[in-house]
Ligand binder design. Structure first.
Ligand code: UDP
Ligand code: MN
Length: 263
């Protein structure tokens, strides 16, 4: 059975552990999944390592800190800057250096706060080049979904936002065969592309065209992933000031410990 390499950038905020626990309990039930978790921090956090271990999955736990110029404040609107760029690139680098020992499989970029139906994983496992499927609650739509020609190839994307993009789709809408990552060693995410163009930049770099996309999820009629977003937490002043100014992800357990809690 091909392996799924599930790449998750993750950054500290009050709900980080809640989101990671929920995701870890989804992924723990998925066979042949290797979770690559990249913390946006100076070091990896032991408490997050424990979450990974409890899944009993194969995993890689690394860190790649967003350069301070590109790091958003907790209060910034989320669209201000691209998120996860350096973390996803660290995962691509890891994949390329480890490739000789990796199994054939697919690469998927799965953010830590999205919602994944298990059926998504069976769909993506068989991808030869690149697969595509609908994503729920994204881009101002109940779902972004491609429409297909009778022969099953993609004819049109229904995105409302910047529909002129070569691939007007969300990061959660596709997965690619890992062989493409090896065959195109220079391809990575970038801060020098216009807002909303990360997906297009990546897929075009892999030399993919619309007709290469393999329609999954019952010919793109089913939603198996939702771009859910965890509400920003509103905390009482003293805790919030400390938490949001702190850069190390493992501050949360320390803070919790002070409150007599365990995270
Ligand atoms: N992320 C990160 N560093 C940041 C902001 C976000 O590593 O400074 C991660 C985050 O944990 C998530 C992914 O990047 O897994 C996408 O971020 P987010 O969910 O905030 O983006 P949106 O839902 O708005 O696309
Ligand atoms: Mn998100």
């Amino acid at each position: 059975m091909p392996m799924i390499y599930f790449v998750t950038p993750t950054h500290f905020r009050p709900a980080q552990r809640a989101d990671l626990i929920r995701l870890s309990q989804t992924l723990a039930q998925v066979p042949n999944l290797h979770w690559i978790l990249i913390e946006d921090s100076d070091t990896t956090s032991p408490s997050i390592g424990e979450i990974l271990k409890r899944t009993r999955l194969q995993f890689t736990h690394i860190n790649a800190k967003t350069t301070s110029k590109k790091k958003m404040k907790y209060s910034d609107p989320s669209w201000k800057l691209p998120r996860g760029v350096e973390q996803r690139n660290a995962a691509l680098h890891w994949i390329r250096t480890q490739f000789s020992s990796l199994r054939r499989g697919v690469l998927y970029f799965g953010d830590d706060d999205n919602t994944y139906d298990w059926r998504l994983f069976s769909e993506m496992r068989t991808i030869k080049k690149a697969g595509i499927w609908p994503v729920g609650i994204v881009g101002g739509l109940l779902a972004e979904a491609p429409t297909l020609f009778d022969n099953g190839s993609v004819s049109h994307f229904n995105a409302l936002w910047k529909p002129e993009r070569p691939f007007p789709i969300d990061m959660a809408a596709f997965a690619v065969n890992i062989s493409l990552i090896i065959d195109h060693p220079g391809v990575e995410f970038s801060y020098s592309v216009p807002r909303g163009y990360q997906e297009s930049h990546f897929l075009q770099g892999l030399n993919l065209e619309k007709f290469d996309l393999e329609a999954k999820a019952d010919l793109c009629t089913k939603v198996y992933v939702w771009h859910t977003r965890t509400e920003k937490s509103v905390l009482e002043k003293p805790l919030e000031e400390k938490v949001i100014n702190f850069e190390e992800a493992d501050f949360a357990p320390l803070e919790a410990h002070a409150l007599g809690l365990e995270l």
